[in-house]
Design a protein around this ligand. Structure first.
Ligand SMILES: NC(=O)c1ccc[n+]([C@@H]2O[C@H](COP(=O)([O-])OP(=O)(O)OC[C@H]3O[C@@H](n4cnc5c(N)ncnc54)[C@H](O)[C@@H]3O)[C@@H](O)[C@H]2O)c1
Length: 270
């Protein structure tokens, strides 16, 4: 049920691959809250055509864009302003991919071409997106940008591999660009550090199922779902959170502040 929290707002949503995607749930919730938006993803990710279903449901145009291509991003922002009839109020960056993780390379045996790709797709793409918007003056005053992160940016999770570095970069870009865009146009930029979630990107990480269970047992509220992440994102796109910027916001049921939980301790008791 919607509350018109985003009524009249125009957005761009990156990363809805299938109905499990965090971006997919966010698009559904933004639609329910009265927003209009463009859906985008890498052209290769659209070949299964699932995004058409979401576009129909949310009455959204689709503009393909590889988030590592400055030409694609420029065309995306220009096309979005044209299709939506004005500047943009919110952007969701829900993009992640590591060729090293995909090919199960050990952290001590990384391929550096892949590593560059990981950083470009999963980290620098946020800077590319923001710089494109900045130069085109494509965002309205008080616009809100959210990118999705993971706690491996702060703590080591061995199978998260080079995505940990990408997430540190992503969070740092949110802070640095948050300063410049905040000064220029009051644009706010935050990252949400989400619980492990059953999606295509998530399941690529080694031992993901046990990882999800462990995080669930460690979190007093349990793992946050993709739908709850979408709800949190809607609140950050809304006018109710106008002074939140340059933050990494944990959305993890309390996981990040727990040292040990009784549920996990019990597993070691004889
Ligand atoms: N699933 C989790 O456990 C989890 C936890 C914390 C954070 N996150 C983050 O949430 C975000 C969304 O991931 P998800 O879990 O919904 O998985 P997902 O696989 O559904 O989404 C990842 C998206 O990134 C897109 N993408 C990859 N390369 C791209 C490129 N070059 N240009 C544009 N788009 C590109 C994919 O097409 C896909 O739509 C990612 O940043 C991910 O790291 C996920």
């Amino acid at each position: 049920m919607g509350h018109n929290l985003l009524k009249g707002k125009k957005g761009i949503i990156f990363g809805a691959l299938n109905s499990n995607s965090i971006a997919w749930k966010t698009a559904e919730r933004c639609h329910e809250e009265g927003a209009q938006f463009v859906l985008t993803n890498a052209p290769i990710a659209m070949r299964m055509g699932e995004i058409n279903e979401l576009a129909e449901k949310t009455k959204s145009p689709i503009i393909p864009a590889d988030a590592t291509s400055m030409d694609d991003l420029k065309a995306l922002f220009e096309g979005s302003m044209e299709k939506l009839g004005g500047k943009i109020d919110f952007v969701l960056h829900s993009i992640g991919m590591s060729p090293n993780v995909r090919k199960s390379r050990e952290y001590t045996d990384l391929n550096y071409e892949y590593f560059h790709k990981t950083l470009d797709v999963s980290g620098l793409s946020l800077h590319r997106t923001l710089q494109t918007a900045y130069k085109l003056d494509a965002l309205n005053d008080w616009a809100s940008v959210v990118a999705l992160s993971y706690i491996a940016a702060q703590r080591t999770f061995p199978d998260y591999s080079d995505m940990a570095e990408a997430k540190s970069l992503l969070e740092s870009i949110a802070r640095s660009f948050g300063y410049h865009y905040g000064k220029k146009k009051k644009v706010r930029i935050n990252t949400i550090s989400q619980s492990p979630t059953q999606t295509t990107a998530g399941s690529g990480v080694g031992g993901f199922d046990s990882f999800v269970k462990y995080a669930d047992d460690m979190s007093p509220l349990g793992n946050a779902s993709a739908l709850d992440c979408a709800n949190y994102t809607v609140s950050l796109f809304s006018d109710l959170t106008r002074y939140v910027t340059m933050q990494n916001l944990f959305h993890d049921g309390g996981f990040s502040n727990v040292g040990i939980s009784r549920d996990v301790m019990q597993k070691f008791m004889k």
